[in-house]
Design a protein around this ligand. Structure first.
Ligand code: SF4
Length: 112
């Protein structure tokens, strides 16, 4: 037979686990939604006015060498780049809601 103390401990443990489960559920839902949303995001078009303003190109080797000033600058080594599930494309703080090419570049490139 359980003592009152062990019943209390069991109840406390149950309440803690339940609370943790409730707290964790929305977070996992958000994480799943986040990755699904990133996969659904459109890719930045080079013809996009903002992309043109920043000289964005999907292929950094096609960028104006005078503007790029160095052949080692790519989206995938830019501080504003966030790699996603797709290795070839990721999110960029400059183009919210859109994906940029990992091998792309724009004039807002920031060293990590
Ligand atoms: Fe690529 Fe960085 Fe420009 Fe974004 S800010 S498009 S990650 S070079």
């Amino acid at each position: 037979m359980m003592s009152d103390n062990s019943v209390d401990n069991s109840r406390r443990r149950f309440v803690k686990l339940t609370a943790a489960g409730i707290a964790a559920a929305p977070l996992s839902t958000l994480l799943l939604q986040g990755s699904a949303q990133a996969a659904d995001m459109p890719k930045v078009e080079e013809s996009d006015p903002m992309a043109q303003g920043l000289s964005y190109v999907n292929d950094a080797t096609k960028a104006d060498p005078a503007k790029r000033a160095g052949d080692d600058k790519f989206c995938n080594n830019c501080k504003l780049y966030k790699a996603g599930a797709d290795a070839g494309w990721g999110e960029c703080a400059v183009f919210p809601g859109k994906l940029v090419n990992a091998n792309g570049w724009c004039s807002a490139w920031v060293k990590v």
